[in-house]
Design a protein around this ligand. Structure first.
Ligand code: SAH
Length: 348
């Protein structure tokens, strides 16, 4: 975080920054409330601040945030927001309605370094990490646009959250702040492709969030083909740290498994997966892969998914198939951003 990035500051940091700049103390509380209670991201709308202070603040502490550039609403109520960042890049987030509340899936980076073969976020490579404030603004703007309170957050949009560890932890601190959006830690899921050292770091923090691990294969042979990260941290190492994680935190791990027709969806794959996860405090989320134009993978058939789920369950593994939301609005990672860039004649 830079020392001018006001939206990424905790209340204490903001107060200190104001003090250093000889801005009266009570102003810190006012500005914090505008930002994090009223979700106002523009000094000109902070009506109880004198004009001179507003212009001083815009100069010294420009609000680094997202700007709304598009909104799509699917027939099932899923909303996809397209945002532009101040340097002209795009990110997106998706708001899904569930019985238990509204869940938002946010991006943590522009592009992604991880190179998973089935994922649209990785096309065009990696641009940069998002700041904590930029991530917060994805939620604040979505809440304002939809007029509905967001209660759950999944860090499953574009990017690898654990590659942007410090900013993501800062984001989590801010979004769970009682004087801010006050989201319950238990309502936050963080998804990783399996960066083992960072999972260990996260484990030390003993947060009550849900860790999701994108496994997508039962062994190294298949995983190496679709997830380059597996050549650095293989399945044995990854599953080892996952067991440690559940032991240390008593939190159940959620394994993501995208079903790719003919690649990782055989009965044998299911049996191998069941045997490798046996006894672990975990849950497997099966997701028929979303088709991405640039990638050759096709989703497994309904029957295949059913058979695969059955084998896992028989093997004593908790497994469910993820309900597909928003498929009529390009709601899977990176798809809307790709379309926008292409429609502007750009390349990724
Ligand atoms: N980098 C993190 C989080 C972002 S991706 C991670 O890898 O977990 C969020 C989830 O969507 C991951 O499980 C990812 O593997 C999955 N995913 C990516 N592309 C997909 C696609 N085309 N269809 C289904 N799931 C996909």
């Amino acid at each position: 975080m830079t020392d001018t990035d006001i939206l990424s500051m905790t209340y204490e940091e903001l107060s200190e920054a104001f003090e250093k700049n000889s801005i009266q103390r009570f102003r810190a509380k006012q500005v914090w409330e505008w930002l994090h209670t009223h979700l106002v991201l523009d000094y000109d709308e902070m009506l109880n601040l004198p004009k001179s202070l507003r212009s001083e603040l815009s100069e010294k502490f420009p609000i680094v945030r997202c700007f709304v550039r598009g909104k799509q609403v699917a027939s099932d109520g899923t909303v996809k927001m397209l945002y532009e960042l101040r340097d002209g890049d795009y990110v997106e987030c998706v708001i899904m309605k569930y019985k238990y509340g509204n869940s938002i899936c946010i991006s943590t980076e522009v592009g992604c370094k991880m190179g998973c073969a089935f994922c649209a976020s990785t096309i065009g490579g990696f641009k940069r990490k998002l700041s904590a404030g930029e991530m917060l603004s994805e939620i604040y703007l979505a809440q304002k646009e939809t007029g509905e309170r967001i209660s759950h957050i999944v860090l499953m949009g574009m990017g690898e959250p654990l590659d942007n560890f410090d900013n993501v932890m800062r984001f989590i601190t801010l979004v769970t702040d009682r004087e801010g959006l006050n989201i319950s830690m238990r309502n936050i899921s963080l998804s990783t492709c399996g960066l083992v050292p960072q999972i260990k770091e996260l484990m030390k923090l003993r947060l009550q969030l849900t860790l999701s691990v994108s496994l997508h294969a039962p062994n190294d042979e298949i995983r190496n083909k679709i997830m380059p990260v597996n050549r650095i941290y293989n399945t044995e190492e990854l599953l080892g740290v996952c067991r440690e994680y559940t032991a240390q935190t008593s939190r159940r791990i959620s394994f993501e498994y995208a079903m790719l027709s003919g690649v990782n969806d055989s009965d044998e794959c299911a049996r191998e997966l069941a045997s490798r996860l046996k006894g672990m405090l975990c849950h497997v989320n099966l997701i028929p892969v979303n088709e991405v134009d640039e990638s050759p993978f096709r989703p497994s058939s309904k029957e295949r998914v059913k058979a695969f789920t059955g084998i896992l369950q028989k093997g004593g593994i908790n497994a469910t198939v993820r309900r597909k939301l928003g498929s009529d609005i390009d709601a899977s990672c990176g798809q809307l951003r790709l379309k926008t860039i292409k429609s502007k004649g750009g390349t990724v």
